[in-house]
Design a protein around this ligand. Structure first.
Ligand SMILES: NC(=O)C1=CN([C@@H]2O[C@H](COP(=O)(O)OP(=O)(O)OC[C@H]3O[C@@H](n4cnc5c(N)ncnc54)[C@H](OP(=O)(O)O)[C@@H]3O)[C@@H](O)[C@H]2O)C=CC1
Ligand SMILES: O=C1O[C@H](COP(=O)(O)O)[C@@H](O)[C@H](O)[C@H]1O
Length: 523
């Protein structure tokens, strides 16, 4: 019998089963999200046999398309991903059978989201699909449209009777994309609008970072091992750094980004989800209610940010991974004197017994030196060094780095004795890489999330109060920045690690940022 402690094979995988019957309505069927992420995710689910047997997909958009032309455009897009390592949706090849299975269930309704007529036509269309595909009357509405449509579309769905679950005889669920609000007041208004029509258990506020395997793995690391949790607190942890660095610039999204900026685009959603995974208390069980309650507690314990704890930056021209790129102000649809930040660094504290006094540094930016998302936990120094000529302050720190993307893995840096006659210490790293242990399946990050909506699991979706709390934390900074134009923009070169001002945030505590660009296998 294999000794479990020495068995280097990953245990056999449990098989997920297809969800029950349903229809999925995609509002914004001609848009970028649908083409680049939703449809590849649906294709991957189809390929893995994880779509319901009784299933229908309805595309809704203003665009003048037919079911056939919609399907053709999506297939062409899917094919363009084949072998394209630049794409998040990279596929080995498009399996015709998986595609055909999906395509056979796709239909298209042309219409304007702001018009009542659309919802009546959609209701009749769904009735027909229910008869034809035996979808059981269950419907997942996916709002893949600009945020200004979220509230009104939910209200239209409600007025047309499409949200009615007929006393539990069928389910109706609505997926709402990000950004969920623009600030605290607008997020509250949107929540009110949405919850005026739907019950909380019908609302799926999506954050695609939660679909990333490595983000979910943070819970496995913390709560599936006896090793980490006892030292996961202010007694042993000195500081935490969360970095979400991108090499892409604003690309063609200048219009959206000008009124959004890095703080709104990334922090109250993606970066705070990483924070919650890092900082939450162990849930009593792994059901949605327990996990969401623990996450909400973390957000509620974060002190509102002071503008003194925030630094903003904007990229100027520079060289990103060998390619010369323009500054943000030269991008399409961006004002030549734009005050929008493309980088933000924050220092925050969590007011509870586990984390009090531990500085948590967050930073995210575009056009940085390297694409990397990681949570790095620095443990406290050894209290005493009994080796000759070795001061405690010269010991290298213990960093536990959870690498979210790319090159997903976990590494631990610690001291060892350098070989030789002297008692000399040297830092080394122990590395776990996902790719060494597990087969990489094509995954765009939306597969799990769509599957979870179909099975009614809200664990990886944000609850109304979480959204409220995250905006509460960042609101003082949004207010301060709105009141005062930034000085010295652009203040970091594309391809760098961000503005030097961000170093001051850490220097005040005697800390420094980890380099964004680290040698092979981050440590
Ligand atoms: N794209 C991405 O990578 C990501 C997007 N998101 C979010 O997903 C949502 C969709 O984004 P994205 O796909 O990029 O946006 P797009 O603008 O590309 O897609 C929206 C689609 O909705 C259509 N549309 C606009 N107005 C109406 C209307 N009145 N009635 C019916 N259809 C209409 C648009 O048509 P037209 O083009 O003619 O205006 C377009 O086809 C946004 O909330 C975004 O923040 C979130 C994460 C990533
Ligand atoms: O939601 C967003 O996320 C992307 C980063 O996501 P990733 O999965 O590519 O890491 C970001 O580029 C974009 O600005 C933001 O809107």
């Amino acid at each position: 019998m294999a000794d479990a402690t020495h068995d280097t094979r990953a245990p056999a995988q449990r098989q997920a089963t297809p969800p029950g019957p349903c229809a999925m309505v995609i509002f914004g069927a001609g848009g970028d999200l649908t083409k680049r992420l939703l449809m590849p995710a649906l294709y991957n689910l189809s390929h893995e046999g994880l779509l319901p047997e009784n299933f229908a997909i309805v595309g809704v958009d203003l665009a003048d398309m037919t079911a056939e032309s919609w399907r053709d455009s999506l297939l062409a897009m899917l094919k363009s991903f084949v072998g394209n390592s630049e794409s998040e949706s990279d596929l080995d090849h498009v399996d015709q059978e998986s595609w055909n299975r999906l395509a056979a269930h796709m239909s298209y309704v042309r219409g304007d989201l702001t018009s009542d007529d659309l919802y009546h036509a959609l209701g009749e269309h769904l009735d027909r699909l229910e008869d034809r595909y035996k979808t059981g009357g269950n419907v997942l509405f996916y709002l893949a449209v600009a945020d200004r449509f979220f509230g009104p579309t939910v209200e239209h769905i409600g007025h047309a009777g499409l949200a009615d679950e007929k006393d539990g005889k069928r389910w109706r669920r609505v997926v709402i994309e990000k950004p969920f609000g623009h600030d605290l007041p607008s997020a509250r208004t949107l929540n009110k609008q949405v919850l005026g029509v739907l019950e909380e258990n019908q609302v799926y506020r999506i954050d695609h970072f939660l679909g990333k395997e490595t983000v979910q793995n943070i819970m496995a690391l913390r709560f599936g091992n006896g090793l980490f949790e006892p030292i996961w607190n202010r007694d042993r942890i000195d500081q935490v750094q969360i970095t979400v660095a991108e090499v892409v610039g604003v690309e063609k999204r200048g219009k959206f980004y000008e009124r959004t900026g890095a703080l709104r685009d990334m922090v109250p959603n993606h970066v705070f989800q990483l924070l919650a995974m890092l900082a939450m208390e162990p849930p009593v069980s792994f059901d949605a209610a327990s996990i969401r309650a623990k996450k909400a507690e973390v957000f509620a314990s974060v002190k509102p940010l002071s503008p003194h704890d925030a630094v903003r930056g904007q990229y100027g021209p520079g060289t990103v991974q060998g390619e010369e790129v323009p500054g943000y102000r030269q991008e399409p649809d961006v004002a030549p004197d734009s005050a929008t930040e493309t980088y933000v660094a924050l220092r925050l504290y969590i007011d509870n017994w586990r984390w009090a006094g531990v500085p948590i540094y967050l930073r995210t930016g575009k056009h940085m030196s390297q694409r990397t998302s990681e949570i790095a936990v620095r443990f406290k120094q050894a209290p005493y060094a009994p080796f000759e000529d070795t001061e405690v302050s010269t010991l290298s720190p213990n960093w536990l780095a959870l690498q979210i993307q790319p090159d997903e893995g976990i590494s631990l840096q610690f001291e060892v004795k350098r070989p030789g006659p002297l008692m000399e210490l040297a830092p080394v790293r122990m590395n776990f890489r996902y790719s060494d242990w597990f087969k990489q399946e094509p995954n765009v990050g939306y597969e799990t999330l769509i599957y979870d909506v179909m099975i009614g699991d809200q664990t990886l979706f944000q609850r109304a109060d979480q959204v409220d709390e995250t905006w509460r934390v960042v609101q003082p900074v949004l207010d301060a920045w709105a009141a005062q134009k930034p000085e010295g923009f652009p203040n970091y070169a594309s391809g760098s690690d961000g503005p030097v001002e961000a170093d001051d945030l850490l220097r005040e505590n005697g800390h420094y940022w980890r380099p964004v660009r680290l040698p092979d296998h981050r440590g």
